[in-house]
Structure formats: C-alpha cells, structure tokens
Ligand binder design. Structure first.
Ligand SMILES: *[C@@H]1O[C@H](CO)[C@@H](O)[C@H](O)[C@H]1NC(C)=O
Ligand SMILES: *[C@@H]1O[C@H](CO)[C@@H](O)[C@H](O)[C@H]1NC(C)=O
Ligand SMILES: *[C@@H]1O[C@H](CO)[C@@H](O)[C@H](O)[C@H]1NC(C)=O
Ligand SMILES: *[C@@H]1O[C@H](CO)[C@@H](O)[C@H](O)[C@H]1NC(C)=O
Ligand SMILES: *[C@@H]1O[C@H](CO)[C@@H](O)[C@H](O)[C@H]1NC(C)=O
Ligand SMILES: *[C@@H]1O[C@H](CO)[C@@H](O)[C@H](O)[C@H]1NC(C)=O
Length: 332
C-alpha cells in the first residue's frame, strides 16, 4: 500500500485495507525506533517507522472503501450540488429524513445528489443493516476507520477524496452534519453566492484568533497541549462544520493538502482551517446570519416565519423529530 507522508512516498508491506492512520502517534515507540536506527540493513524500515510514529496523517489509502456507490454522480452529465453528510451508522431515521429533504424532484431543474459518509463498526448486526441500506438506496460510502467521534477528520478527508475521484461534474459541494435542516429552495435562489466561484468556502465563518482552544481534559473539544502548543486561539480562519459550501475546484486541492497535513482530530478546524491555510487564495465567505447554531431558533424561524425566515440552514433537535415537521411545512 502507498502512504504519503510529507515529502516521502513509502511503500508499506501491510494489508491492503489497513490505513496509514493506524501508524498513530506513539511516543514510546518513537524513542525506541530512534535508538535502533543504525547503518544496518534495517535502516529503511526504521526510517519509515520513525516518520510514521512522529506524525500521523488522515486516511490515505489504497483500498479506500468498504462500501462504495461510485456511480452516484455518473448517471447525469451535470449536478448542481453534491451533498456529503457526516452521519453515524445507527442514525437510520435521520438519513431517511434527509433522503426526503434532498430528493431532487423538488428542486428541478437543479439536480442534487447525496452521499452518507461512515466508518466501520464492530457490531456485525449494524454492519449488515448498513449493507442492506446501501443496497436499497445506493448512497452510502464507508471507509476503513472506526466510526468514532475522534475519527471525524478521517470521514471528512474521505469525502474530499470521494468527490475528487467520483463527482467532479458537480457545480458545488455542501458538507453537512446529519442533524441539520437546510432550505435548498433558498440556497438555490441565492446561488450566485457559490456558483462559478473559485477557491471559495461559504459557511458560518470563524475568524482566525477568535476561537479559544479548549485545554481542559473534560472539555468537549479538548486539545492536547502538544497540539498548537503555545496558542490560546485557533490560528486560522475556519468554519462551523454543520454546513459548509465548497466550490468544486477547491475539493481536490483540499484533498491534496490533507496528504501533507498531520492529523488533527477537531474536524471542522482541520478541514476548513488547516487545509485551506495550505492553499493560496482561499476565501471564507461568512453567511453567519443565515446559519442557526441553536435548534430552537431553527425551528421557530422555519416554522413561524416560513418564507420570511432569514436562515439557509440550522441545527435541529433530530431526536425530537422536528426536522421532518419543518420540512412538511416549508418543503416540497
Ligand atoms: C482486511 O483484509 C484481511 C484480508 O486481506 C481481512 O482478513 C480483514 O478482515 C480485513 N479487515 C477489515 C477491517 O475489513
Ligand atoms: C545495528 O544493526 C546490527 C544488525 O542488525 C545489530 O547487530 C546491531 O546491534 C545494531 N546496532 C545498534 C547500536 O543497535
Ligand atoms: C423522490 O420523490 C419522488 C416523487 O415524490 C418519489 O417518487 C421518489 O421515490 C423519491 N425518491 C427518493 C429517493 O425518496
Ligand atoms: C472493537 O472490538 C475490538 C476487539 O474486540 C475492541 O478492542 C475495540 O475497542 C472495539 N471498538 C469499538 C469502537 O467498540
Ligand atoms: C448492534 O446494533 C444493533 C442495531 O443498531 C443494536 O440493536 C444492538 O444493540 C447493537 N449491539 C451491540 C452489542 O451494541
Ligand atoms: C480511528 O480509526 C482507526 C482505524 O480504524 C483506529 O485505529 C483508531 O482507534 C480510531 N480512533 C479513535 C479515536 O477511535
């Protein structure tokens, strides 16, 4: 398998389905490896291992997908928007709602396609259910990494890779979480925001040096002191990840940037802060007033103000089943 680490391209004699991220940071091993390096035949292996121990990268894989539905974008020449949804394996209901919400027939002549991004599970019952769901809906992409909170960065990078490989005929991309309600009617009205733009991110913008890095071990977004050591605030402009629109030209560039950007678990900051910072000329266009980060506000706005609601997207309380009620009121 081929793992790309910084400037070094290394062929690894590992199982084809193993990902580079498994060569995860381990400082004990690092020291050990350093000590055993000498001018013997072992030097190549030792060098390789040392690189991996020092820095791990998000999934960079030769056999990327356990489940792939690679034909999603192929059946039509042009797609208006490909939506990649970060979802958890057991969120069957949320995916069902989203399939209805993003059903292309409501948005003609615009064409929407959706992929649901997942990782692996130990639970074989769940895995079987996912495989069945994929068979029926043909919109699931599952990668070789455990589907855990701290692995969301892998999920995002997988989405970038998938679109780079299989969906370049989309006009733009939306990355969303599966608890988001999105008013695509409104977004298509305001398409000039994103269409035909280059190197463009449209999102709830978070300015550089404004967002505090949480260092408390019990914090939700706890970051170890060795990561961004000495920084009090996140040093790059970035996006809240619940919804980010990405111009299509930027997707392969972001994916390429991921190959040389060490893994960092806070996925929003990795995908929309660290990666764009490696690409000259990326613009973060803020639509903060059109994004709700509060599910009550989302519900009130969409259900009470209908057409006058200023929101494009908002977080919902999905287990309250409100999303589908909003959809019933404004949708279709
Ligand atoms: C990886 O492949 C090996 C055989 O090549 C197989 O035994 C193993 O179950 C696979 N691992 C996963 C996570 O699918
Ligand atoms: C260097 O490698 C040789 C051959 O593998 C080994 O015998 C020797 O002990 C090694 N030296 C050190 C300092 O590790
Ligand atoms: C989309 O909506 C049409 C018309 O209501 C329906 O026939 C079709 O099954 C729907 N597709 C999906 C994927 O839900
Ligand atoms: C999956 O199973 C392995 C071995 O049984 C266990 O070590 C690991 O913690 C499990 N992972 C999760 C996410 O449950
Ligand atoms: C496996 O997944 C199924 C379906 O979500 C669930 O009902 C079951 O409780 C899970 N089993 C374990 C051991 O978590
Ligand atoms: C992320 O996925 C990799 C590959 O499956 C796994 O080894 C690692 O434990 C996962 N990390 C977390 C924090 O779950």
């Amino acid at each position: 398998m081929v793992c790309i680490t910084g400037f070094l391209l290394t062929l690894m004699n590992t199982q084809a389905n193993q990902s580079c991220s498994e060569f995860i940071k381990d400082r004990t091993l690092l020291t050990l490896t350093k000590r055993t390096i000498n001018k013997s035949n072992d030097i190549q292996l030792a060098y390789t291992r040392k690189i991996f121990m020092k820095t791990s990268y998000p999934i960079v894989i030769s056999q990327p997908y356990k489940i792939n539905n690679e034909g999603i974008c192929r059946r039509v020449p042009k797609i208006t928007c490909i939506v990649m949804v970060h979802t958890s394996l057991n969120h069957f209901e949320r995916r069902r709602n989203m399939r209805e919400m993003f059903n292309s027939t409501y948005y003609s002549p615009n064409i929407i396609r959706v992929i649901f991004l997942m990782g692996l599970t130990n639970n074989s019952t769940l895995q079987t259910m996912i495989e069945y769901e994929s068979l029926v809906n043909q919109d699931i992409v599952q990668g070789y990494f455990m589907d855990t909170y701290h692995n969301l960065t892998n999920k995002g990078v997988m989405g970038l890779k998938w679109i780079t490989d299989h969906c370049r005929n989309a006009e733009f991309v939306a990355k969303i979480d599966d608890d988001v309600f999105m008013n695509f009617h409104r977004i298509f009205e305001r398409l000039k925001l994103i269409k035909d733009r280059r190197k463009y991110l449209v999102c709830n913008r978070i300015n550089a040096n404004s967002n505090f890095i949480q260092r408390g071990i019990n914090d939700k977004w706890y970051v170890h002191r060795d990561d961004f050591r000495g920084f009090e605030y996140y040093p790059f402009t970035s996006c809240s990840g619940l919804t980010v629109f990405i111009s299509i030209d930027l997707v392969p560039l972001l994916y390429k940037a991921a190959l040389i950007s060490p893994f960092f678990w806070v996925d929003d900051f990795y995908l929309f802060g660290i990666l764009p910072a490696k690409i000259p000329g990326v613009i973060h266009y803020g639509i903060n007033e059109h994004v709700s980060l509060n599910h009550r506000r989302t519900f009130n706005c969409f259900s009470k103000y209908k057409d006058k609601c200023e929101l494009f997207v908002g977080i919902t309380d999905p287990d309250n089943n409100r999303k589908i009620r909003i959809w019933d009121e404004i949708g279709k």
